[in-house]
Write a new protein. Structure first.
Length: 151
């Protein structure tokens, strides 16, 4: 037997052996229910089955569809989270503007109550002068509002 025939024979045996080894894979489900294909065995105690490359190729389209669904679900969740964050930021900005407006109004009220002697207010269609006691109460309310909205 020639050296070339031995090498050729060994190459054929090696190729057949490699093809038979690579033709098998393990199939099992992970804890989340996803189907896993691998050339390495699953974790100990995990039920599995041996499959050949043809069955992997036949089911890979279904696996890709599941993956696409998972990706779409993740994308939808991410978009929803971004929309919620944007809405939260809008509400915070709106709240800050209301707080600024309340601060400005409280300062205006305090100035009006402390810079004049007698204070007149409008109640409905009528005007009336407030008592000193009412003025002191309103000054206290304005100071409380300044503390709440201006800090």
């Amino acid at each position: 037997m020639s050296k070339q025939a031995i090498v050729t024979g060994l190459a054929i045996v090696f190729i057949c052996f490699a093809a038979s080894v690579s033709a098998e894979a393990y199939k099992w489900k992970d804890p989340n229910g996803n189907v896993i294909y691998s050339q390495t065995p699953p974790p100990l105690g995990t039920p599995y089955e041996l499959v050949d490359d043809a069955s992997i190729a036949a089911t890979s389209f279904g696996v890709a569809s599941t993956s696409t669904k998972d990706i779409q679900k993740t994308l939808d969740t991410s978009q929803k989270a971004r929309a919620e964050k944007k809405e939260q930021e809008r509400l915070v900005a709106e709240s800050e503007q209301i707080k600024k407006d309340n601060c400005a109004q409280a300062k205006t009220n305090l100035t009006a109550l402390t810079s004049r002697g007698q204070v007149t207010i409008k109640e409905g269609d009528l005007y009336r002068k407030i008592t000193e006691e009412e003025r002191q109460e309103r000054i206290q309310q304005a100071n409380n509002s300044i503390e709440e909205f201006c800090n």
